[in-house]
Design a protein around this ligand. Sequence first.
Ligand code: FAD
Length: 341
Amino acid sequence: MYDVLVVGGGIAGTSIGHELAARGRAVCVLEAEPELARHTTGRSAATWIGGYGPPEVRRLTLASRAFLDDPPIDVAGPLLTPLPCLYVGGPDAAPDAAAGVLGVAVAPAEAEQLNPLLRPGWTSVAVLDDTACELDVAGLHQGYVRALRAAGGEVRLRARVVGATRAAGSWRLSLASGDVLAAPVVVVAAGAWGDEVGRLLGSAGVGLEPRRRTIFGSPAVVPLTGMPFTCAIDGGWYVKAEGGLALCSPEDAEPHAPGDPRPDELEIARTIEAVNEATVLGLRSVRTAWAGLRTFAPGGEPVARYDDDVEGLFWFVGQAGYGIQMAPALAREAAQRLAEV
Ligand SMILES: Cc1cc2nc3c(=O)[nH]c(=O)nc-3n(C[C@H](O)[C@H](O)[C@H](O)COP(=O)(O)OP(=O)(O)OC[C@H]3O[C@@H](n4cnc5c(N)ncnc54)[C@H](O)[C@@H]3O)c2cc1C
């Protein structure tokens, strides 16, 4: 018997699990896979960008900064490393392309100094966000798991939830292994599978939409040292240096059923062309590629609340493309909300 069962062992489940355990709740995080962070959490671009996403996401991202700068939990090293974000548009960029992009407008010549790998003369508009950072996702996730365990919480692997019943104010969750665990409150933090898990508990779901995003790594013909995170100002691609490769994304957002998406080869080919047009990276081949699901709730902002109709079901879903960078504030606020009832 626990106080709270959390379904999902990605950043969402472990961050709220930690916050609840730290408040003295008996918590168990249930992860279907044999290891944590196999799905979206292990597939991100690992960036912190304060101006990214809708207003509530930006508020949560900024409110998470102090935690990430000076973590109150035991982590192996710094979680943030400065990595300026440069938004650029080429000759075809719309005249108002910079409208709504948060940062400081910079002249094309200055953009070429900030990223000397931009093709000379290509840039027509640029915006710099020099507060952006590289984010150690594994460091944060493992820190949460460590803190959760240190506070007496548990994490169970190979613990796929396959059924649920409620009686006398308590849930009984059945696992694929045949085990049954009980608690008055269940947190659904199952990412792309959120609605599926919610339906096991008798909810109609919140209308989640998982969307595929592809990332690939390609060798460049020039050294990438010091290159800022560089994004097409009107969307369509971004590129950052990682492990000696140019790590690129087409910024695709194709609806996809919960599962293990494959990278989109056509999108990869299109992105190589676009990045080569904008820069002198000279990308030719693909060394590594993966895809993950960014899961959106209606309205695009995360859902952290009790279900309107089903007693003891707390939703913690819809982290979309910002679930790591806003995790500290989102988990803290969600745990407070959960505990108020
Ligand atoms: C390509 C890409 C780039 C991204 N870049 C960034 C970035 O730079 N910065 C940022 O902040 N965010 C980024 N994101 C978004 C971020 O990765 C997600 O918002 C976040 O990882 C979502 O975490 P989660 O815990 O909700 O989901 P997940 O990590 O998918 O975790 C859900 C877990 O639930 C488990 N589960 C499902 N069903 C069950 C069940 N029945 N029983 C038990 N367990 C179950 C799954 O196995 C899974 O491990 C990116 C995402 C992608 C795909």
